[in-house]
Write a protein that binds this ligand. Structure first.
Ligand code: SF4
Length: 407
């Protein structure tokens, strides 16, 4: 297929595809799907080999958010019966993080619900970062606390945060349809602040919220312009009790095409298979590893994921290897830019950055919402218009509970 040959060539050169090429990936047929995956896999292996980076979520503060992100179980007015608790103590957060690290994670993602942190919250998180780093040499810490105010990015960086996550989630044109309490521009601004403070930026999207192909291409092109080092790709977990609780409209094939499109547009970036992996890809998860080079281990913010041991077995069975703590995730040109404390690598280096909710998984609580392993539907795109409580298991273990975490 000419399209795929062109996209592979461009990906190997870090050249931006055209919008038409990106749209054409989303429009490929099921007969072409394995060719699409194989082509994206060539680009993935060029920049990341056969390594899979494991990331571990710790929900520092759960629920009770004043924002109204439609996809999020922690939103204002959410009827989802999730765990609700206020800030974890640094030692408790550190204990949860240690479980993930022992399970193979090299990055810990500290997430808190809310519009954004107060300065006191930044103090708490700074202590938590210190506690985690003290006990776990070499671990990367990413903070995900929502919209940042002036000076907070610098303080987090000074406390040892390696990265900051804030997702764009969807296209600028449709952003107002999913959230009214803050804007797309607010999100972009926070990503810029994180970058400017010298943190590695992590910013991604949520697919499956009723958006068009053009919206998906728009948000991924905006991400390419913002130039984060990692792009979490979330597939909406329709959480009962939220406005999008019945939006079951993704198939495994659609998810693979979306991942491939992201890989072609952001070839040398850590593409992270995030929330919705188990629920929407189901038995096709191993194919997604051919495209994405990073996943979350264990549970999500408010929902339970596949057992950590099953994640490790899947990676090994698919012929991939868990990325060790001593290995640099990013390709050299990006890693050098991060080490220099410079936000941008996209085009040619420092200073050329373009440009942002909470949650390394689709918005502070959002992206991370994911279901449990056993909940696997027989059909794809199952039952749009119906709630699927059988597929989404609310998290009842780990942070904020007395039960051990899944790692
Ligand atoms: S995504 Fe973040 S800001 Fe939005 S409702 Fe959820 S916790 Fe609040």
């Amino acid at each position: 297929m000419d399209l795929l040959n062109t996209l592979v060539d461009k990906g190997l050169r870090r050249e931006l595809p055209t919008r038409e090429e990106a749209l054409a990936v989303l429009a490929t047929s099921d007969d072409e799907l394995l060719d699409v995956v194989a082509a994206a896999g060539k680009v993935r292996r060029k920049w990341f080999g056969r390594r899979v980076k494991l990331n571990y979520l710790v929900n520092l503060k759960s629920g009770l958010c004043p924002e109204d992100c439609s996809y999020c179980s922690q939103r204002l007015g959410s009827k989802a019966e999730i765990l609700k608790y206020t800030w974890l103590k640094p030692e408790d957060a550190s204990k949860a993080a240690a479980a993930g690290i022992a399970g193979g994670a090299k990055r810990v993602c500290l997430v808190a619900s809310g519009r954004g942190p107060t300065d006191r919250d930044v103090d708490r998180v700074s202590k938590t970062i210190e506690a985690i780093k003290e006990g776990n040499e070499g671990v990367e810490v990413c903070a995900c606390l929502g919209l940042l105010s002036d000076g907070q990015a610098d303080r987090l960086r000074a406390a040892g945060a390696d990265a900051y996550n804030h997702n764009l989630n969807t296209s600028e044109a449709t952003y107002g349809d999913i959230t009214t309490t803050h804007t797309y521009a607010d999100r972009v601004e926070t990503v810029r602040q994180a970058h400017a403070a010298g943190m590695s930026a992590c910013s991604g999207l949520i697919a499956g919220m009723g958006e068009s192909d053009a919206d998906l291409v728009d948000v991924v092109f905006s991400l390419r312009e913002l130039d984060p080092d990692s792009v979490p790709v979330n597939f909406l977990i329709p959480f009962e009790g939220t406005p999008l609780g019945k939006e079951w409209n993704l198939t495994p094939q659609r998810c693979l095409r979306i991942l491939a499109m992201v890989r072609f547009v952001c070839p040398d970036v850590e593409v992270r298979l995030a929330g919705g992996r188990e629920v929407h890809l189901r038995t096709m998860q191993p194919l997604a590893l051919q495209i994405a080079n990073s996943i979350f281990l264990g549970d999500y913010l408010t929902s339970e994921g596949q057992e950590g041991k099953a994640d490790l077995a899947m990676i090994a069975d698919a012929g991939f290897e868990v990325e060790g703590a001593g290995t640099t995730t990013l390709p050299e040109h990006r890693a050098d830019a991060v080490a220099a404390g410079c936000g941008s690598h996209a085009a040619s280096g420092c200073g050329s950055h373009a440009g942002g909710g909470c949650g390394p998984c689709g918005g502070g609580g959002a992206a991370a919402e994911e279901p449990a392993e056993a909940a696997v539907p027989a059909a794809t795109g199952a039952g749009a218009g119906e709630a699927r409580t059988d597929l989404v298991a609310v998290r009842r273990r780990g942070a904020g509970t007395d039960l051990p975490p899944n790692a």
